[in-house]
Design a protein around this ligand. Structure first.
Ligand code: HGY
Ligand code: MN
Ligand code: MN
Ligand code: MN
Length: 405
C-alpha cells in the first residue's frame, strides 16, 4: 500500500482542528467545513476525478463517466462539536486512497466509481443528521430542510445560498440515485467490538433504530435570591427529572439515552430560568425498547413539570428506523474484505450513517476500521495507521470486486 493515504490524511487533518482541545469543529457550510470540502475537490481533481456538487450540497468525485451501475464510496467531513479526526474523514480520505490503490495495481473498473461527501451528516449545526443523504433519498422534504435553523437563527437555505448553492433545487434526486449500483461506506468503528475480536476490519450488519427529541421546559424567570421556593416555576427541575429518567429507563430497557445538549434562558447565575431547551438522543436494538425509553422520559418530564407549574413541549427532530444492510452486498464485502481468509466479522452499530439512509434507496453496506479505545465523538478518537491502511486495502478490494475492475 503506497503512502497515498498518509499524504492525503496529512492534507486534511489540520483543517478545522481546535488547537486547545485537539477536537474538530467542522460545521456545515462554516469556514472549516468549506475549507475541508475545497481540499477534497482539489485532491480529487489532482487524481483526475471529475467533481460535482449535487442539488442538496453533497460532493461527488467521479472516476469514469457518471452512469448506471456506479460503485460509490465516501462518507462525511462535518463533525460534532470537538469531534474526533476519523469519524467521517476516514471514509472520505479512504475512498480517494482506495482509488489510488486500484490505479497502483493497474486496475481499470468497468463501471463508474465515485467518492461522495455527504452534507450535514452529524446534524451538529442544523439539528437533523444525514441531512444531505436524507434530502437525496426524500427522507426529508426540502420544505422542512429549508427552514431548519442553527443556533444563530441562520436557515439551511440561507447557509446553502452563502455557499453558492441554489436551495430552490433541493429535493429527492432519483436521477443521481438511479446511477448507484452499490454504496459502501468506510468508517471508524464507534465502539470496541473489533478491538475485542482482534480484527482490523469489520462490516456492518445493521444500524439500530434511533432518534432525537427536543424538550422545551417553560417556567417563570425570577430572582434567585428573593423568590420563595413555593413561588417558583423553575424549568430546571423537570429538566433534571427527564435526564435522570432517561438514564434509568435506558438501563431497564437495555437502550442508550443521552442528553448532551441543553440551552438555558436567560442562563444567569442569579436568575431562575424562564426556559430550558434540551435534546434527547435515544437508541436501542429494537423499536419497542426505543419507544419505551422515549415514553418514560416524556412521562417523567410531564409529571415533574405539572408538580412545578412548568409547561413542557416535546418535538421529534429526527427518527431513523432499524436498518438491515443488503444481505447479499454485506456478505460479499465481508468476504472480499477478508482477502481470501475468513470473512471479516459482522457488527451492528448504534451510530447512524449516510449508508443507513441510502440503504432505503440503493444497495448499501459499511466497512469498519478498528477503534482501539472505542471512543468517538471526542478528540481522543483514534485508529492506528496500520488499521487505516488495512481498511483502505479492504475497500480497494471491495471496489475492484464490485466494479468488475
Ligand atoms: O450520531 C451518530 O450516530 C453519527 O455519528 N452521526
Ligand atoms: Mn459521528
Ligand atoms: Mn460518521
Ligand atoms: Mn456516516
Amino acid at each position: 500500500m503506497s503512502d497515498d493515504f498518509a499524504q492525503l490524511w496529512d492534507g486534511l487533518a489540520p483543517l478545522g482542528r481546535n488547537r486547545t482541545t485537539g477536537g474538530y469543529r467542522r460545521y456545515s457550510w462554516g469556514a472549516a467545513d468549506t475549507e475541508a470540502r475545497a481540499w477534497f475537490a482539489a485532491a480529487a481533481r489532482d487524481r483526475g476525478l471529475a467533481v460535482e456538487t449535487d442539488r442538496n450540497g453533497n460532493l461527488w468525485a467521479w472516476w469514469g463517466e457518471p452512469g448506471p451501475g456506479a460503485v460509490v464510496t465516501g462518507s462525511h467531513l462535518d463533525s460534532v462539536p470537538d469531534g474526533g479526526a476519523y469519524d467521517g474523514p476516514l471514509g472520505v480520505v479512504g475512498g480517494l486512497a482506495a482509488i489510488g490503490e486500484l490505479r497502483r495495481r493497474g486496475l481499470r473498473p468497468r463501471r463508474p466509481v465515485a467518492v461522495a461527501v455527504f452534507a450535514e451528516e452529524e446534524g451538529a449545526r442544523f439539528g437533523v443528521p444525514c441531512l444531505g443523504s436524507r434530502l437525496s433519498t426524500g427522507a426529508i422534504t426540502p420544505e422542512r430542510a429549508a427552514g431548519l435553523t442553527d443556533g444563530d437563527g441562520v436557515t439551511w437555505s440561507r447557509a446553502m445560498e452563502r455557499a453558492g448553492l441554489d436551495p430552490e433545487r433541493m429535493g429527492a434526486d432519483r436521477e443521481l440515485l438511479g446511477r448507484i449500483g452499490a454504496f459502501v461506506e468506510l468508517h471508524i468503528e464507534q465502539g470496541r467490538a473489533l478491538a475485542c475480536t482482534g480484527d482490523p476490519v469489520g462490516a456492518a450488519s445493521a444500524v439500530w433504530p434511533h432518534g432525537r427529541w427536543r424538550l422545551d421546559f417553560t417556567g417563570q424567570a425570577d430572582h434567585a435570591g428573593t423568590t420563595r421556593l413555593a413561588d417558583r416555576s423553575d424549568p430546571m427541575l423537570p429538566f433534571a427529572a427527564a435526564v435522570l429518567e432517561a438514564r434509568r429507563a435506558a438501563e431497564v430497557h437495555g437502550a442508550l439515552a443521552t442528553v448532551g445538549k441543553v440551552r438555558v434562558s436567560p442562563n444567569g447565575t442569579n436568575a431562575v430560568p424562564s426556559r430550558v431547551r434540551a435534546w434527547l438522543d435515544a437508541r436501542a436494538g429494537d423499536e419497542a425498547a426505543l419507544r419505551a425509553v422515549v415514553d418514560a422520559v416524556d412521562a417523567a418530564a410531564r409529571d415533574s413539570a405539572a408538580d412545578h407549574g412548568v409547561t413542557v413541549t416535546g418535538f421529534l427532530e429526527s427518527a431513523s428506523p432499524l436498518v438491515e444492510f443488503d444481505h447479499g452486498l454485506r456478505d460479499r464485502i465481508a468476504e472480499c474484505a477478508g482477502g481470501g481468509r475468513a470473512p471479516v466479522p459482522l457488527l451492528t452499530t448504534g451510530a447512524g450513517h449516510d449508508a443507513g439512509v441510502l440503504a432505503t434507496a440503493v444497495p448499501a453496506a459499511m466497512l469498519f476500521v478498528r477503534n482501539p479505545t472505542g471512543i468517538s465523538h471526542a478528540p481522543a478518537e483514534s485508529a492506528t495507521a496500520a488499521d487505516c491502511r488495512a481498511g483502505v486495502a479492504a475497500l480497494a478490494d471491495v471496489l475492484a470486486d464490485l466494479s468488475d475492475a
